[in-house]
Design a protein around this ligand. Structure first.
Ligand code: GDP
Ligand code: ZN
Length: 296
């Protein structure tokens, strides 16, 4: 039988097959497939006991991708949630998240929740910050139910990893989406219980057939692992368009004269907050390199 791992805890994997969830072990998998099962994996299972819903994972099917943070397989896109206010959006943290997803080649959508707490001007300011980036920006209110239809459309038929700092309303939004299901289909056979205590593990939440969200633990800071300062600019999609206009090959867009990116910034084609966050991350990567060399 074929199924999908929705979560893994302490050597047990919970595999959804149709409307059932089986508790599985993965005996012999590592020796055979040379890899550990991950949430999101499509697997073949052998039923041990239908009554107790226990099974063994016999094969991990090929992955389309594999993220490191969060550790999850077969993800189509990422959704990053910030609050439009309370807590005030931290665009530096948001840009860090976007950079790590670009590096992992995962397309991202941005959602500002709690839109009920801000005026139109603030929404325009947030939108402007991501103008020309190619990222879709949504505004929602889990409290008032605004923007949920658009959010559902973004999620439909995909597996989306959902992340954000705590307190932005991620749980409220997810609950809203799940309520939507119970109203539409009348019965949720595979609604996965969300524990009160937040886990350190990622888990897949079934939204509707073919639609899953990967709930990841809230974060308060993001380190840029394994990244060189020279490659950082590749992860700012709107910079790539202007780079050919730079006079110097390998321009870092910081102190160099005749820089296409800085010209775009002056013309308002690239937002100041994005540019400033780029510069800050660049400096951080530069310092880290220095630090590493000193220690060697
Ligand atoms: P999480 O930590 O990101 O999962 O955030 P929660 O879903 O627990 O929400 C944090 C707080 O924000 C709670 O007090 C929610 O009631 C509140 N909240 C969530 N969504 C909204 C919203 O759209 N508008 C407003 N005003 N408050 C919200
Ligand atoms: Zn440049």
């Amino acid at each position: 039988m074929r199924g999908r791992i929705v979560r893994g805890i302490a050597g047990f994997y919970y595999v959804q097959a149709g409307s059932r969830i089986y508790e599985c072990k993965a005996k012999g998998i590592f020796r055979k497939d040379k890899k550990k099962p991950l949430p999101g994996d499509y697997v073949k299972i052998d039923i041990l006991d239908e009554g107790t819903r226990t099974a063994n994972i016999s094969t991990i099917l090929p992955r389309t991708n594999e993220l490191i943070r969060p550790a999850v397989a077969n993800v189509d896109q990422a959704l990053v949630i910030m609050a439009a206010a309370s807590p005030a959006p931290n665009l530096n943290l948001l840009d860090r998240f976007l950079v790590t997803m670009e590096k992992q080649k995962v397309h991202c959508c941005i959602c500002f929740n709690k839109q009920d707490l801000v005026e139109e001007e603030e929404k325009v300011r947030l939108l402007e910050s991501y103008r020309n980036t190619g990222y879709r920006v949504l505004f929602t209110s889990a409290r008032q139910g605004d923007g949920l239809e658009e959010l559902r459309q973004v999620l439909a038929d995909k597996t989306t990893t959902v992340a954000g700092p705590s307190g932005v309303g991620k749980s409220s939004l997810i609950n809203r989406l799940q309520t939507g299901i119970s109203m539409e289909t009348g019965e949720i056979s595979v609604k996965i219980e969300r524990g009160k205590h937040t886990t350190r593990h990622s888990e897949l939440i079934y939204v509707s057939e073919g639609t899953y969200i990967v709930d990841t633990p809230g974060f308060s800071s993001i380190e840029l692992y394994g990244m060189e300062k020279e490659e950082l600019q590749e992860f700012f999609p709107e910079f790539v368009l202007w780079e050919p206009k730079c006079r110097f090959a390998g321009c870092a867009h910081i102190k160099e004269p005749d820089c296409g990116v800085k010209t775009a910034l002056e013309q308002g084609e690239i937002s100041r907050s994005r540019y400033e966050n780029y510069c800050q991350l660049y400096e951080e990567l530069k310092d880290r390199r220095k630090y590493r060399t000193l220690r060697q």
